[in-house]
Ligand binder design. Sequence first.
Ligand SMILES: Cc1cc2nc3c(=O)[nH]c(=O)nc-3n(C[C@H](O)[C@H](O)[C@H](O)COP(=O)(O)O)c2cc1C
Length: 335
Amino acid sequence: MADLTTSWLGLELSSPFVVSASPLTRDPAAIALAVEAGAGAVVMYSLFEEQLVHEQLAAHRFLDARLDADAEARSFLPDVDVFALDATPYVQQLERLRARVDVPIVASLNGTTPGGWTTYARKLEAAGASALELNLYEVATSPLESGATVEDRQLAVVAAVVAEVDIPVTVKLSPFYASVPAFVRRLEHAGARGVTVFNRFYQPDVDLEHLDVDRRLVASTSAELPLRLHALAVLAPTTTISLGCTGGVHTGLDAAKAILCGAHVVAVASALLMHGPRHVGVLKDELAAWLVSKGYRSSAEARAVMDLRSAPDPHAWERLNYARMLDGWRERPIG
Ligand SMILES: Cc1cc2nc3c(=O)[nH]c(=O)nc-3n(C[C@H](O)[C@H](O)[C@H](O)COP(=O)(O)O)c2cc1C
């Protein structure tokens, strides 16, 4: 059996398979099964900036009854059906998971604007989180805010969270930056100890019957993996912080690809929601068998073997591959 241990964010993990943030982490029994099957760490579902801001506003309302009478002001607040507007259940769930399993539990904060909500990072550390994942999910909607301004704002959030805690902070990114490696370099300078690529960009469809937005969440497929592989191969030679891959890992072979491109861990959600938490064991066995078949004694040995380190000019290499791929269409027709 190949050695699957990995080091991520300074934490020593028994395997590179991480249970990614999802409703599965609301169920301690399911998490225990995933860990038993070989998960090396668990990232909890997110605590959202919007929830925490509301909790703070609620405290203000207690002091200022007038605001409560103002229906318009209240309408700006998140829908109570969507969010638990109190961080206490989250902290309690973190403590429950900690008591149940013996792998690092990573708490997840999800937000994009600096503000008092980032101080909650300290509560999560106090409750026993081994690390924090900060999810910077957002979709730019204002023509008045440039990409550079968005990045500066996000970096301010990262720096604020990092300043609150001693545990490592990793950042979950979306793919939409003009230069992912340059932004990751800035994240590193802001104190991030890792990045995970990439958030899935939830693309609501249009319901033509009801002229409404169709928000159904569709599980990923392995087809989403190459975008991540490409980013990992670009990032691995340019940064020393930990690299996580999320999005499209459905088999042990998908995990092998991510590791070859530079991932320290792969964070899996859809496959576990579809096949159950024990599926981690299947992924682990497939990865181990592939490593052995290629003569690797450990996943660490295979890590980053296929990153862009050996390309003398990665930018030119990317352009050439792009041109070759378009040209190759004649030999391997589409469809
Ligand atoms: C139902 C569901 C809920 C999720 N909730 C969160 C969340 O609270 N915070 C977060 O950072 N990611 C969340 N994610 C994203 C996953 O953690 C993961 O990054 C993404 O689904 C890509 O991995 P996958 O291809 O294995 O599904 C969620 C995903 C699903 C499917």
